[in-house]
Ligand binder design. Structure first.
Ligand SMILES: *Cc1c(COP(=O)(O)O)cnc(C)c1O
Length: 322
């Protein structure tokens, strides 16, 4: 459809290869260790065989997965506190420095990560479209939510600056100031802490603008559940249990209508599906349904979105095509 001048669309020699990420680079050391113990030293080769990998992951103990995740979440929280601590005079100022960061973030609260490059289609503002509804989730006495955002507060990036100002100015009667944080200078170090430590990775691009998206793949390999618009890689990866979908595939809406529908879907999926699933514990005090989803996510998405699969696709479908 993008090349209407070419007479026969079927004859257009254009195809696609879905991106992937390098598992040994993005899978956290604690997960690599339990993969080595349960699957073998060569886990990153076994990942090339979907079925062997999936069986091995499903056989792993829930406690192993959950403990590894809890460790990574603690590391993320320590990183967030360190990054936002008020610095000695003379060092770089950060936009949300605080005197005391000990009360910032809790390991027991559902933690959602959202990081973006400078691009309007990523729709930073969707989450903030109904602020009272968002703050009700953050302030909930039994089942609160906390958010870690990351991006580049680039001087030329007006949207990012506006969002930052909005984030910082949200009212002090709520728990927002200790349950939401913006980490500046999003780079691979920040990305590593985020994708490895959050419970949920959120992505809300405007369809069909997300060519692929790769940060969600990194998160999935570390047991975070994706919570995303069905676009780019997620429309290929989502199977109904390995994460959460925001909205549907309706193509008949204008941009404005789509933004409104997706914001509604974002809130209602959080309220009705995601938050209740996270906080439901079994008699042993473990969120076993959530862990089952984590295992399904690691089992299905790691092989499908590893760069090994991607390179194999290039070899089979692109390079070797005479
Ligand atoms: C992975 C990554 C990206 C790309 O994320 P997308 O989801 O593909 O937009 C951007 N920046 C950093 C630092 C990353 O690690």
């Amino acid at each position: 459809k993008m090349f209407p001048d070419l007479a026969d669309p079927g004859a257009v020699p254009i195809t696609s290869v879905t991106n992937g990420v390098h598992a040994p680079t993005w899978v956290a050391p604690v997960f690599q260790t339990i993969y080595e113990q349960n699957i073998g030293e060569n886990w990153h080769e076994i990942v090339r065989n979907d079925e062997t990998w999936q069986t091995a992951i499903e056989l792993m103990a829930d406690e192993d997965i959950w403990n590894a995740h809890r460790t990574l979440k603690s590391l993320l929280i320590a990183f967030i506190r360190e990054r936002t601590r008020a610095k000695e005079t003379g060092s770089v100022n950060t936009i949300n420095e605080r005197e005391n960061t000990q009360g910032l973030f809790s390991p027991d609260i559902l933690t959602i990560g959202f990081a973006r490059r400078v691009a309007a289609y990523k729709r930073w503002d969707l989450l903030f479209s109904d602020l009272p509804r968002l703050l009700r989730l953050v302030d909930d006495a039994e089942r609160p939510v906390q958010f870690v955002f990351a991006g580049k507060a680039h001087p030329q990036d007006r949207t990012a600056k506006t969002i930052l100002q909005e984030l910082m100015s949200i009212n002090h009667d709520s728990n927002w100031q200790r349950r939401a944080v913006f980490v500046e200078d999003y780079d691979q170090e920040v990305a590593r802490y985020l994708v490895q430590g959050v419970d949920v990775w959120m992505n809300v691009p405007r369809r069909p603008m997300e060519a692929s998206g790769t940060s969600g793949m990194k998160a999935a390999m570390n047991g975070a559940l994706n919570f995303s618009i069905l676009d780019g890689w997620w429309i290929e990866g989502y199977n109904g249990v390995n994460g959460f979908a925001i909205g549907d595939l309706n193509e008949d809406l204008t941009e404005d209508q789509m933004d409104i529908a997706d914001a509604e879907a974002l809130y209602s999926t959080l309220e009705n599906d995601l938050i209740p699933a996270y906080y439901s514990l079994d008699p042993n005090g473990l969120p076993s349904d959530w862990i089952a989803r984590m295992k399904n996510s690691i089992a299905t998405l790691t092989p499908q979105f590893s760069s090994d699969r991607m390179v194999a696709d290039y070899l089979a479908n692109i390079y070797d095509n005479d």
